[in-house]
Structure formats: C-alpha cells, structure tokens
Design a protein around this ligand. Structure first.
Ligand SMILES: Nc1ncnc2c1ncn2[C@@H]1O[C@H](COP(=O)(O)OP(=O)(O)OP(=O)(O)O)[C@@H](O)[C@H]1O
Ligand SMILES: [Mg+2]
Length: 399
C-alpha cells in the first residue's frame, strides 16, 4: 500500500506517521524541503502544480491532502489518475467560504447570516443588512484567523478594505456565542460514518488555543443533530476520510462556522485520548481499510504551543503530559506543537488542565482557558438554585 499526501506540515507529518505504522509506504509532496513531515517520511520538494508532483503521486494507491488550500485544479487533474480522498466535490465546497455557507444552508444546516462582498459598495449594503459587529473574511485561503477583520463600526471599514485589497470576501454577522465546539467524524469507503466525542474549543486572536473533549454539558439531541449534519454533508459530497465541523453554540443552539475536509487541530487529543486517532482513521478510510473504534479512553484536553516552546520544567507541572513538537522555527502566531492530557474523568482533566496552563504562563492560552472556565461557572449557576437567569453575561468571544 502506498499513500500520497499533499502538504508536509504538522498534519501531513502526523498522517504520514500513522500510515507508516499501518505498514503503508508514504510519499509526501511539499514546496518546502524542510517541512515537518520530512522528519518522518520521504518528501518530494516541489510545487503542488509541478509535473513531478503528479508523477510522484500517480502510482500511489490513494492520495490525500492536509489542508484545503491545495490547488483545486491540481486535485482535479490528480483525481483522473489516482483515487483522491476526500474528493474534489467536497474540496470545491469548503475552499470558498461563500460556496460553503450556501451549501450548508441548502442542506438545512444553520449558519451565521452572510453576504458575498466583491466591492466596497457591496460591503456597504451587506453592513446595512447585517449591522455591526460583523466579520469580513476572504472567501479563500484563510486559516488561523488570517484574512478576517472584525468590524465594530463604520470606522473599521477603510482599514479592513485596504488590507482585503481586491480579494473576494464575505461578510458574516458576528455570532455572540457562548462557546465553540467541533464535531469530528470519519467516513469509510462504504459511507459508514463514525464520530469522536465532541470537543470544546477556545480561540484567541483567531487561533485555537485550548480544546477539551468530551465537551461538558451536551444533550443527546444536540449530538444527534450534529451527527445528522455530518452525515448529510458526507452523503452529498460522496465523502471519504476525516471531516470536521466547527460549531458556535448560542443558548444551546448550534450554528456551523465552517467545515474542514481534513484532519482538524481540535482532534489532536485523539492521538492519546481515543481508541483510534483521527490520523489513523483518516489513513484507514483513504486506503480503504476498516475503520478503528472512535470511542474515548477518558477525558482529554489539548493546548496548542503557539510562537514559543515551553521549558520541560513547566510541562512537568502535571504528570503524563504528552508533548508533540513539529520541528518548526519559532515565529509569533505559529503553531509549533501541542500538549495532550488524558485523565479518568472531566474533573481530574479540568484540574490538570488548569495546573498545566498556570505553569506554562502563556497569556493567550490563559485567556482561552478563562473563557472555558467562565462557561463552566455560568452553566453551574444556571443549573443550581441560585440561577443567574437569562440576563447573565455570556463570555465575550475574542476574534
Ligand atoms: N461570525 C463570527 N462570529 C463570532 N466569532 C467568529 C465569527 N467568525 C469567526 N469567529 C472567530 O474566529 C475564529 C476563526 O474563524 P474561522 O474559523 O472562520 O477562521 P479560520 O481562519 O478558517 O480558522 P481555522 O482555519 O483556524 O479554523 C473562530 O473560531 C471564532 O472564534
Ligand atoms: Mg475555523
């Protein structure tokens, strides 16, 4: 068995590692010769659209990719020569925020209100319709909050337009969410969908900082709804591989923020906290192997290491913290690694998470954790006799 992987960042590296463990040969393609995957698998250093990329991948049993920014025409060409999963039907949807949101609405899946924006005049009308605050986002190529601007008033518009330039965009209504969640699943060759326990996520500056799974306080009907949505998306796009939906929870209701047709940062806890990780199951699905069990082994948390790597002393503040480093040169806002924690129950997990975050002393991580802790306090208050009631202040999201 041979699997091809477009993209050799940390996701490509973690996929390659799992593929090798399953006994598959791996061919990674990445424009950077010293990408993270180079530490674990052979990397062809070439642009995605180079003829040698096609030549290196077309004799694989199947090809996959680590990010949605991989050029669509390259994937379409590859797809005529070698099985490519997830297929371009899904890629076409998720690579453009406008197409994606229109698709979700057509499937009966709720999203924030949105409008396409291709000129300053269209932005004006969109702001008239949606009001402030709103979020302007490039339609394509955004990640980790790049290519998006929070517009609190008309004063923010000129600067955002200058930075946007001529790129097509969408305007989204700002969602005053209580928390963010993600639901990750995997679809096999026969269309069977399995899901991991839902994950609760806290972002600061548009970058994921802290995740916990299982998310606390979820009802069975919310979960059923989420699974149904995932199933609908997979059926419509003839999906194969791991898929994630990012969700906003607003007073118990869910809106889909975006779909990722790949392994997802909020699923990194599955490396330690699930019977089968998202990386292994993605490789299994892509290669047509039977899927592994997605059940949790306990209560998990994950923190992203952004911009700097902590000292070993800080990490050792909690026992059995699993550190994953991606071998990248430190730069501000760059994901350099992550730490997974696994405990027997939610309370033990939350205690260890707090200790770890205090020891790491990272401001953004602490802010993200504070928003999670605030959600827990508000939920506890709402459930208890001294309920804060409907007027209680919700944690303010930080874009
Ligand atoms: N309409 C919105 N209302 C409120 N917050 C938002 C909105 N859109 C985005 N955000 C915040 O910004 C974060 C990043 O946004 P989004 O997921 O759209 O961008 P991204 O750059 O594709 O991120 P990533 O690739 O890391 O998932 C969200 O997780 C959320 O915290
Ligand atoms: Mg996102």
């Amino acid at each position: 068995m041979r699997i091809g992987i477009l993209g050799g960042g940390q996701l490509g590296a973690l996929l390659a590692e799992q593929a090798l463990r399953l006994g598959a040969a791996v061919q990674v393609v990445d424009p950077q010769v010293d990408c993270p995957a180079a530490a674990v698998a052979p990397v062809l250093a070439a642009p995605f659209d180079a003829p040698e990329t096609t030549r290196a991948l077309e004799w694989c049993d199947a090809v996959t990719y680590e990010f949605e920014g991989v050029p669509l025409d390259v994937c379409q060409r590859l797809e005529t020569r070698v099985p490519l999963f997830p297929g371009t039907a899904a890629l076409e949807v998720v690579r453009d925020r406008f197409v994606e949101k229109r698709f979700l609405r057509a499937q009966g899946i709720p999203t924030a209100e949105f409008r396409p924006v291709s000129s300053p005049h269209e932005l004006d009308s969109a702001l008239d319709a949606l009001g402030f605050p709103a979020v302007l986002k490039t339609r394509a190529d955004g990640y980790d909050g790049k290519g998006q601007w929070l517009l609190s008033s008309r004063d923010d518009v000129p600067d955002a337009l200058r930075q946007l330039g001529s790129r097509p965009a969408i305007l989204e209504a700002f969602v005053p969410f209580d928390r963010e969640l993600s639901l990750i699943g995997v679809c096999d060759a026969d269309g069977e969908l399995r899901t991991w326990a839902p994950t609760e996520n806290a972002h600061v500056g548009g970058i994921l900082r802290v995740s916990r799974s299982p998310a606390r306080g979820l009802g069975a009907s919310q979960l059923d709804t989420g699974r149904r949505w995932l199933g609908r998306i997979c059926d419509t796009t003839d999906y194969r591989g791991v898929i994630a939906v990012e969700l906003f929870e607003v007073q118990g209701r869910w809106l889909v923020n975006e779909i990722a047709c790949r392994v997802h940062n909020s699923g990194h806890w599955t490396l330690d906290g699930a019977e089968t990780s998202q990386f292994e199951n993605h490789v299994r699905a892509v290669l047509g192997l039977p899927l592994g069990d997605t059940a949790s082994r306990g209560s998990s948390a994950m923190v992203n290491l952004i911009g700097a790597v902590p000292s070993e002393a800080a990490v050792s503040a909690v026992s059995d913290a699993r550190v994953y480093l991606y071998g990248k040169t430190p730069r501000p806002r760059r994901k350099l690694g992550h730490i997974n924690l696994l405990r027997g129950d939610d309370e033990a997990r939350d205690r260890s998470l707090r200790t770890l975050i205090d020891a790491l002393g990272d401001r953004e991580m602490s802010r993200a954790h504070a928003s999670i802790a605030r959600f827990d306090e508000l939920s506890a208050d709402a459930a208890g006799p001294a309920s804060a009631g409907p007027d209680c202040e919700h944690p303010s999201p930080t874009i």
